[in-house]
Design a protein around this ligand. Structure first.
Ligand code: SAM
Length: 373
């Protein structure tokens, strides 16, 4: 590996955070699929001739420096015919991160210090975290939003149309901070996907959401655990659980992909979740209840509560709370209220692969052993 290709956080040649901020070029964090960085570089250089493209610490992440205005760079990337570029976010500041939350004020200061957010503006903070930290992206978003409000006189709100999107792209001990108009970002459909080793290709993006939730909430499933998965098709969650050794009862009127349907640990019931409640013999049978049904979140929460007696007391349940409208807080609140009848320790957290939704994790009431610590 040449010095030029050394990952950014380790490289002194990239200078100080102050030098980064002073560099007059437009800086963008660009993401692609891991393994397709070389192709992404070519696409970036075609769209932004003369741009410098540096690797970041995590695969599939690149830092681009281009001698063009931000809007022009964004438009060129957006309009370019690309296959592997996924997202591009202009960033204007770089900050050091710590494993604990003591770095939060520096992130907020960097965003407020750019001078873009004015009193009375509405802004939204979005953090994408890569690496190991004691905090979650949501913690940083909340703390940074409160500090930016104080420093600028603007309002952090994710229910209203935002004037500014504060993006925090965290890479272990370093974060890139961007304050942009929400329209001034690039989001493209990948036309070529990451190359996976044989047998490792995920069935769909949904599979990652479940893996992220199991990891983030420290849910360990012993081999042979019984899982009831509602809204299973095409089967990403069912497959992820089956591959961890769970025996999965996958419930969905729609068909499962053959990778899930053919897995020996998966049993598919082509039924609606609401039709299961009468199976009295399933009482306290399951070690995990999951639900990714694309229905109104309060409705999904009620279905989960109706089936809660099938879950062992104290066992975990995971549900995605879909946002059918922009009133996200309201949907979260309604789901939480409905779930509180049967579950405790309800926590909602946005996972990196959540799109218009968040992930709720909770425990069935009545169990001391598995209760959240
Ligand atoms: C987002 S997809 C689920 C993706 C799935 N978790 C995966 O990993 O592949 C939502 C699914 O919910 C199912 N669904 C919606 N309402 C349902 C209901 N009342 N009972 C069971 N499944 C339902 C739909 O048929 C659809 O397949």
């Amino acid at each position: 590996m040449t010095a030029r290709h050394r990952p950014l956080p380790a490289g002194e040649e990239h200078g100080t955070d102050e030098a980064f901020a002073r560099d007059p070029r437009t800086k963008l964090v660009v993401t692609t699929s891991a393994g397709l960085e070389a192709e992404a570089r070519q696409e970036i250089r075609r769209a932004l001739p003369g741009a410098e493209v540096r690797p970041l610490l995590f695969k599939g992440n690149l830092l681009v420096l281009a001698a063009l205005g931000e809007s022009e760079a964004v438009v060129r990337l957006r309009e370019a015919d690309t296959r592997v570029l996924a997202r591009a976010v202009p960033v204007q500041a770089r900050v050091r991160l710590t494993a604990d939350a003591t770095c939060f004020p520096a992130v907020a200061e960097a965003a407020a210090g750019l001078g873009r957010i004015q009193p009375g503006d509405v802004f939204l903070v979005r953090a994408t975290r890569r690496g190991r930290h004691e905090w979650h992206g949501r913690d940083l978003e909340r703390a940074a939003a409160a500090a930016i409000e104080q420093a600028t006189g603007a309002t952090g709100d994710y229910e209203r149309e935002a004037d500014w999107l504060v993006s925090v792209q965290a890479y272990q001990d370093l974060a890139f901070v961007g304050v942009n108009h929400p329209a001034n970002l690039v989001k493209k459909a990948l036309r070529r996907q990451r190359k996976y080793a044989p047998g490792e290709r995920p069935l769909n993006r949904a599979q990652w959401k479940l893996r992220e939730a199991l990891d983030a909430f420290g849910i360990d499933l012993a081999p042979g655990s019984e899982a009831l998965d509602l809204g299973s098709a095409p089967g990403g969650w069912a497959l992820a659980l089956a591959e961890r050794g769970c025996r999965v009862t996958a419930v969905d009127p729609a068909a499962l992909d053959e990778a899930a349907a053919g897995h020996p640990n998966v049993t598919h019931l082509r039924e609606r979740a609401e039709d299961l409640a009468e199976r009295a013999s399933w009482r306290e049978r399951f070690d995990l209840l999951t639900c990714d049904m694309n229905t109104d979140p309060a409705e999904a929460a009620r279905a989960l509560c109706a089936l809660a007696p099938m879950l062992k007391p104290g066992a975990p349940a995971i549900m995605t709370v879909k946002f059918p409208t922009r009133r996200r807080k309201r949907h979260e609140m309604e789901a939480r209220e409905a779930l509180a009848g049967e579950f405790e320790g309800i926590e909602m957290r946005r996972m990196p692969h959540n799109a218009r939704e968040t992930t709720a994790v909770m425990w069935r009431k009545g169990g001391a052993e598995n209760a959240p610590k």
